[in-house]
Ligand binder design. Structure first.
Ligand code: ADP
Ligand code: MG
Length: 679
C-alpha cells in the first residue's frame, strides 16, 4: 500500500463509493490520510438513561422497544420516532425528515446513540443523534468526518483505520529545526492523534501542527507565486510629462486633502519603473471614483490603455456615463463592455480595443473574457473589489504585461488579513468625506412608526428630493414573512399619488434596469423601490432619503452600504431602518447604525455580531479552500507561519532544494496545478 494508490485499493470502495469520495476530493490514499475530521465524539463515558439530564451530551447504549409509525408530523415535517430503553429507564429518539431510517432500525436491537439530551413534555429525548449498532460501535474519542451522501461515518472510520500504516510514509516536510523552534509535533504524531486521539491534549497538539502546516503552505505558495510573477518583468512607467492637473482642474469640485494625498501616492507609483500594486480603502461616499478617473487619465496621457471593472451592470453603466462624458470632453475615447451589450456593438468595441482606438474600457466582468484583447494595457482598476475573487483579478491583470494595478474597496480589512489576501500591496486610505457632507440622520423604528416615516418621505418629495425604499424580497413569498418590492411599490404608488414611483430589481431585463436608473439619475423618478441591486456604488446626490424595510434581514455592513446611497450631496439626508420583531441582534444593529457613520467601526461591530465566518469566508476572497485552518480564528498562528515562510523563501526563493520538495508538493496540492496565482 502506497500513498499514491487509488482509493479503490481499499476494501469496500467500488466505483460508486469512489465517485462519492471524489466529491470530497479524495482520490488517493494520501488524500484519505489528509482528510481531516470536522469534530469528535467523546464516547469514553457511556451514560445510562437513568443518569441523563437535559443538555448533557454523551453516548447511550439502548434497545429499540418501539418504532412509532409514520404520519406523525410537526411543523410540516415527517418525523421518525423511536422509543429506546436500558435497564435504568427509557427515552425518545427523534429524526426529522428521515423516513428512510425507518427500515434501518430493528425492534429489539441495541444501538449506541450519541447526541445532546433534551426534554419534551417531561420526556427525555435525543434529536438526530449519531447512531451505530451496539455490536459494531467504536469507543474512545471518535473522529467525525465531513461527509457526503453515500458514505457513512462508519465506513469512513474503517477506511481511515485501514490507511493508518501509511502515516509513517507521509513525508514530514518541516525541518527538525523548524519544529523545535515552533514547538511542533511530528507529522506522524499529528496524523495519529487527529484521526485517533487518545486524549484531548494530544488532539490539540496534533491540530496545532496541522493548522500551522496549512497556513505555512498557503503563505509560502502565495509569496512564491507573487515573486515569480514579478520576476524578469519590468513594470510600466507612465510619463512624467503626462500632466494630470489639467484634468483635476476640470473637475466640478476641488479634491479633498485625503483624495489629493491618495492621488499623489498613485502618481508616484505610476511614474516608477516598478509596477503599481495599490489598494485604495475609502468609506462609502469618500470619492474613490475621482481618484480612479485621474489614474485612468494619467494612463491615457502616457499613451497606454486602461480598464475599469465594476461588479454590477448598474455600477459599470454609471461609471461609463460619468467618466465617459468627462473624458470625451478631453478627447479620450471610452468603450463599454458587459453581457448586455449587443453582438454587433460588442464586435466593434472589441476591434477598437485591439487596435488601440478605444483608450479606456469600462465594464463588468465581461472585460476579462478571453476575446477581449488590448493593444497596450498599462493600468487595471477594480471597483468594489471585495466583490471579485482572486482569480478574476488575476485574469484582468493578465490582459497586459505586468500592468499597474489599482483596487478600490469600501470594506475595511484588518491588516493581518489583507497581508494574506493582497500580499505586500501598498494601501492608500481616503479617511475624509467631501466638504459640506453632514452625517446621514439615522433612525431605527418599529412597524408602528412606519406611517410617520412615509409621511416624512412625502415632505422630502415636496421639497423636490428623491428617495430610495429597499426591501429584502422581490415578490411576496409564503415561506418568508417580509415585505416585497412589488407590494411596497404598489402601496407607495397610492400613498404618493402625483409622484413617480418605480420599481427595480435583480430579475429585470438589463435594458429595463438601465432605463429606470437613468430616469432616477435625471430626476424623472421620485421614489425608487429596490432590492439590494442598488447596494453598491450608486450615486444620485439629489436622493436624500433611504428607507429600509425589514431591516432585520440585512447585515450591518450591508445597511451601511445602503445608507451610503444618500448623503452624497449638500442636502441633509435621512435613513430609516424599519425593523420587524424584537430580536436582540436586530436591536443592536439599529443602535449601532444610529450611533455611528464610520465604516471601519461598523465593520468591527459586524464582525462581533455575526461572527467571523461570513466576512472572512475564503470563498468570498477567492482563496483556496482550507481544511483545518480558519483565517479569522488563527491569526496568531498565521503570523508565525508567515515569518517562517519568509525565512524559507529567502534561502530558497523557488523552492528548488531537496529540503523543500515536500513543501512544494503540498503547495501544489493546495492550489492545484495552476500555481500561477500572481497576487
Ligand atoms: P465612493 O467612494 O463611495 O465610490 P463616489 O466616488 O461615488 O464615492 O463619490 C461620491 C460623491 O461625492 C459623488 O457625487 C462625487 O461627485 C462627490 N465627490 C467626490 N469627491 C468630491 C470632492 N472632493 N468634493 C465634493 N464632492 C465630491
Ligand atoms: Mg464607488
Amino acid at each position: 500500500m502506497e500513498l499514491k494508490d487509488k482509493v479503490t485499493q481499499l476494501k469496500g470502495v467500488g466505483p460508486k463509493k469512489a465517485q462519492a469520495l471524489e466529491k470530497l476530493n479524495i482520490r488517493t490514499l494520501e488524500d484519505m490520510v489528509f482528510f481531516l475530521p470536522r469534530d469528535y465524539e467523546d464516547r469514553r463515558n457511556r451514560l445510562r438513561i437513568g443518569q441523563l439530564a437535559e443538555d448533557m451530551t454523551g453516548a447511550v447504549e439502548a434497545r429499540v422497544t418501539m418504532i412509532v409509525p409514520d404520519g406523525y408530523r410537526r411543523g410540516g415535517k415527517q418525523l421518525l420516532r423511536l422509543l429506546v430503553s436500558d435497564d435504568t429507564g427509557s427515552m425518545e429518539v427523534i429524526f426529522f425528515n428521515a423516513r428512510y431510517l425507518k427500515n434501518v432500525f430493528k425492534q429489539g436491537e441495541s444501538y449506541l446513540f450519541f447526541g445532546k439530551v433534551s426534554r419534551n413534555f417531561g420526556k427525555l429525548q435525543m434529536v438526530h443523534p449519531e447512531f451505530e449498532r451496539a455490536s459494531e460501535a467504536g469507543s474512545g474519542i471518535l473522529a467525525v468526518y465531513p461527509l457526503t451522501k453515500g458514505i457513512s461515518q462508519r465506513e469512513m472510520r474503517n477506511w481511515q483505520e485501514a490507511v493508518r500504516p501509511l502515516y509513517e510514509k507521509a513525508e514530514d516536510f518541516l525541518s527538525d529545526e523548524m519544529k523545535s523552534a515552533n514547538r511542533l509535533c511530528s507529522l506522524r504524531y499529528a496524523l495519529e492523534n487527529v484521526h485517533f486521539p487518545e486524549e484531548k491534549q494530544s488532539l490539540l497538539e496534533a491540530k496545532y501542527r496541522l493548522i500551522f502546516d496549512e497556513l505555512l503552505v498557503l503563505q509560502t505558495g502565495m509569496m512564491a507565486a507573487r515573486a515569480a510573477a514579478k520576476e524578469g518583468k519590468d513594470g510600466i512607467a507612465f510619463s512624467r510629462d503626462a500632466d494630470i492637473s489639467e484634468y483635476i482642474d476640470s473637475l466640478p469640485y476641488s479634491l479633498t486633502e485625503a483624495q489629493s494625498r491618495c492621488v499623489r501616492e498613485i502618481e508616484e507609483d505610476l511614474e516608477s519603473e516598478k509596477a503599481m500594486n495599490r489598494l485604495v480603502q475609502g468609506d462609502v461616499g469618500s470619492g474613490k471614483t475621482a481618484v480612479a478617473e485621474i489614474a485612468l487619465y494619467k494612463a491615457v496621457k502616457s499613451g497606454w490603455q486602461a480598464v475599469l471593472m465594476a461588479p454590477t451592470e448598474i455600477l459599470a453603466r454609471q461609471h461609463f456615463d460619468g467618466i465617459g462624458s468627462a473624458f470625451r470632453a478631453h478627447g479620450i475615447r471610452v468603450g463599454f463592455l458587459s453581457s448586455s451589450v449587443g453582438a454587433a456593438e460588442k464586435r466593434e468595441t472589441l476591434e477598437k480595443i485591439k487596435t488601440g482606438q478605444v483608450q479606456v474600457v469600462i465594464g463588468t466582468h465581461a472585460v476579462i473574457q478571453p476575446e477581449v484583447e488590448f493593444a497596450a494595457l498599462g493600468l487595471v482598476i477594480t471597483d468594489e473589489q471585495h466583490r471579485f475573487g482572486v482569480r478574476q483579478r488575476v485574469k484582468l491583470r493578465e490582459k497586459g504585461r505586468n500592468p499597474n494595478v489599482l483596487v478600490m474597496t469600501a470594506t475595511p480589512i484588518p491588516r493581518t488579513l489583507s497581508v494574506v489576501l493582497y500580499g505586500d500591496m501598498d494601501v492608500s486610505v481616503i479617511d475624509q468625506l467631501p466638504p459640506g457632507r453632514q452625517p446621514v440622520r439615522t433612525r431605527s423604528i418599529g412597524q408602528e412608526k412606519r406611517d410617520l416615516c412615509y409621511d416624512f418621505v412625502k415632505k422630502q418629495l415636496e421639497m423636490g428630493r428623491q428617495a430610495y425604499v429597499v426591501t429584502p424580497l422581490i415578490e411576496g413569498s409564503e415561506s418568508v414573512d417580509a415585505r416585497s418590492a412589488l407590494q411596497v411599490s404598489e402601496e407607495l404608488r397610492k400613498r404618493f399619488s402625483g409622484y413617480r414611483v418605480s420599481l427595480i430589481h435583480g430579475a429585470m431585463k438589463q435594458a429595463e434596469k438601465d432605463e429606470i436608473m437613468d430616469a432616477f439619475h435625471r430626476g424623472s423618478i421620485d421614489v425608487l423601490v429596490a432590492t439590494v441591486v442598488i447596494e453598491v456604488g450608486i450615486n444620485v446626490p439629489n436622493a436624500t432619503v433611504m428607507v429600509v424595510e425589514n431591516a432585520e434581514r440585512f447585515g450591518l455592513a450591508q445597511l451601511h452600504q445602503l445608507r451610503g446611497r444618500v448623503g452624497r450631496g449638500r442636502e441633509k439626508s435621512y435613513c430609516f431602518l424599519i425593523f420587524e420583531g424584537q430580536s436582540e441582534i436586530a436591536k443592536k444593529r439599529g443602535e449601532i447604525m444610529e450611533r455611528s457613520s464610520d465604516g471601519f467601526f461598523i465593520a468591527e461591530e459586524d464582525l462581533k455580531l455575526r461572527g467571523p465566518g461570513e466576512i472572512f469566508g475564503t470563498r468570498q476572497h477567492g482563496l483556496p479552500d482550507l481544511n483545518i485552518a480558519d483565517l479569522s480564528r488563527h491569526l496568531k498562528i498565521m503570523n508565525h507561519a508567515r515569518g517562517e515562510a519568509k525565512v524559507i523563501l529567502e534561502k530558497d526563493p523557488k523552492l528548488e532544494s531537496a529540503e523543500n520538495s515536500g513543501l512544494k508538493r503540498r503547495i501544489t496540492r493546495l492550489f492545484g496545478e495552476d500555481l500561477n496565482l500572481d497576487l
